[in-house]
Design a protein around this ligand. Structure first.
Ligand SMILES: [Zn+2]
Ligand SMILES: [Zn+2]
Length: 247
């Protein structure tokens, strides 16, 4: 399987940096995980959105969800003979949040023209993938995930502060995509981790490769890289848009 980084900027986008989004692919299964600002544009370099098997939203912060709207416009106005709606898996209550962005007589139904919404449970099978989920320590309900295809296994923290329970959850993941919003020793409770904590997590999990994402846009990522390396002896990379991780 492959994971294509479509958006790696923490909290807000910058020039040529999009907010969070990852395309998990194992042809013919294509799952878009998170749809932050800029992800729709970057997705077109790799895949026609009509080919998406499903969309998965880890939480309802704007930097993980806003491009669900432009993708909807593409699907709606180019649909021709679109025979199916694209399933969107979302934390409980998330559908109401998305529907509340409306005006006039659209009455909140317009997203349902192209999407069908489902709540995220503990596990989910989508095509060739099996996803497992665990709630993280973040200000709103947020899910970390493990994606498996055959023997391959990759983990994504989404947004979280340090949580011992994530060690067990990610056990067996060769690849860990971890948020590393901050630098220094400790992150902020119920919010985000530091690059050092991301490195420690990768070590304790026994991962071989760590990819840092969601770094605060004003920080120097080369320092985050050094800090993660203090805690993790495996391979560490700063994720960038369009980088493809082979799992
Ligand atoms: Zn975020
Ligand atoms: Zn968040």
């Amino acid at each position: 399987m492959k994971v294509v980084a479509l958006g790696t900027s923490g909290t807000y986008p910058r020039y040529r940096r999009a907010c969070s989004g990852f395309l998990f692919e194992d042809d013919p299964t294509f799952v878009l995980v998170d749809v932050g600002t800029g992800v729709c544009s970057n997705l077109f370099r790799h895949l026609d959105p009509f080919s998406l098997t499903a969309i998965l939203i880890t939480h309802l912060h704007a930097d993980h969800v806003l491009d669900i709207y432009p993708i909807k416009y593409y699907l709606k106005y180019n649909k021709k003979d679109m025979e199916r709606k694209i399933p969107v898996y979302i934390p409980e209550g998330g559908e109401d949040v998305l529907m509340s962005f409306k005006w006039g007589n659209e009455e909140g139904e317009y997203l349902r023209e192209v999407y069908e919404f489902h709540n995220i449970g503990n596990t989910l099978t989508i095509g060739r993938f099996r996803f497992s989920f665990k709630k993280t320590k973040h200000v709103i309900p947020t899910y970390a995930l493990v994606c498996e295809s055959g023997e391959k296994r990759a983990g994504y923290t989404s947004d979280t502060s340090w949580d011992d329970e994530l060690i067990e959850f990610f056990k067996g993941c060769e690849v860990l995509i971890s948020e590393a919003a901050y630098q220094g020793e400790e992150g902020k409770e119920n919010l985000h981790m530091t690059a050092m904590e991301a490195g420690r997590l990768a070590s304790l999990v026994g991962a071989s490769r760590l990819y840092l994402t969601h770094i605060w846009p004003e920080l120097d990522p080369s320092i985050s890289l050094q800090e993660a390396k203090k805690e993790f002896s495996g391979s560490v990379e700063i994720l960038k848009e369009h980088l493809i991780i082979e799992v």
